[in-house]
Design a protein around this ligand. Sequence first.
Ligand code: KG4
Ligand code: ZN
Length: 357
Amino acid sequence: MRILGIESSCDETAAAVVEDGVSILSSVVASQLTTHARYGGVVPELASREHLRAIVPVVRMALAEANSNYSDLSAIAATVGPGLVGSLLVGLTFAKSLCFARGIPLIGVNHIEGHIHAAILDAQVEYPAIALVVSGGHTHLFQVNPGFSYKLMGKTRDDAAGEAFDKVGKLLGFGYPGGPVIDQLAPHGNPRAVKFTLAKMKGNALDFSFSGLKTAVLRWTEARNLDAEIQARKQLLAANAKPTVDEWLAVTPKATLDLLASFQRTVIEELLRRAAAAAESIEARALIVSGGVACNSGLRAAAAEMNLLYPVYFPSKSLSTDNAAMIAAAAFPKLKRGEFTELNATAAANLTLAEYN
Ligand code: KG4
Ligand code: ZN
């Protein structure tokens, strides 16, 4: 059974064909990074416009690469939320039109559920599991039960982990998105050089907070005169949209590398400490880590070094960031259960996957 997945919740227009929820026949992602990079973040109006431009060729390419026609599809799955409403509407409306014209069932998918499925495609995961979803917009811990029902266990009270990477990257002149650059440079610094003291939080011990850490980085920066090096990095970026690690290293002194390494270590510790505590509290049989920040090499290495008693599943790096294969994969259990979405469904910018209970 083939499902065409369509994803357009943020700044990637993506389409994919996935067979039986496990084999990816095609996965096409048109990134808008270059459009948004010069603004230091995603500009919603530009994102919608770019999705409109990309959606038809991206879907065509995904079908062609999968050697599939509309008649081969058992369903079309589209992200209904959460995300930027203008962006979501492009993918969802296109999916609805295709379903209407071709008489194919529609399956609306929650973007966060998509991220979770990216990590478990063909893996034999045992449940209950804990899913740590860490991206530019989300930092959530969920209990995942057999049959894919979810319970929220913790979430960020302010910034998402990826947002913290992006804000630190922007502050220090590394452009947008900050996560991949910090990931590459962190191994060149001392992760124990800068000690951040994080405020103790009241309430749910599994909730996250990254705004204090972001402010601590800001204070560290303000206490030093970094104008010249930040300027040098901005110039490098203006001349070359994708500098190499060596080019970044040439304009980044040791103290700043130490700061990046210490920042990344702190984020990783915060994430994994709570994920492990959540897993322990429900005697989880697996830990699933997904979302853009799951690309982070330091996070992957730290999770492996913890020698947890249960397996840890990360998606491949290309499936960690936004893509449509994860949307098609998440739709497969719904297809099997006959859970279809009405064609008058609408996008929901603040859609949640599960609440505390
Ligand atoms: O899942 P995603 O593509 O989009 C959202 O749903 O938000 O995640 C994008 C986020 C950005 O904040 C980006 O900086 C972060 O993931 N990211 C990383 C890495 N690669 C992407 N963060 C840390 N290390 C990375 N290697
Ligand atoms: Zn995402």
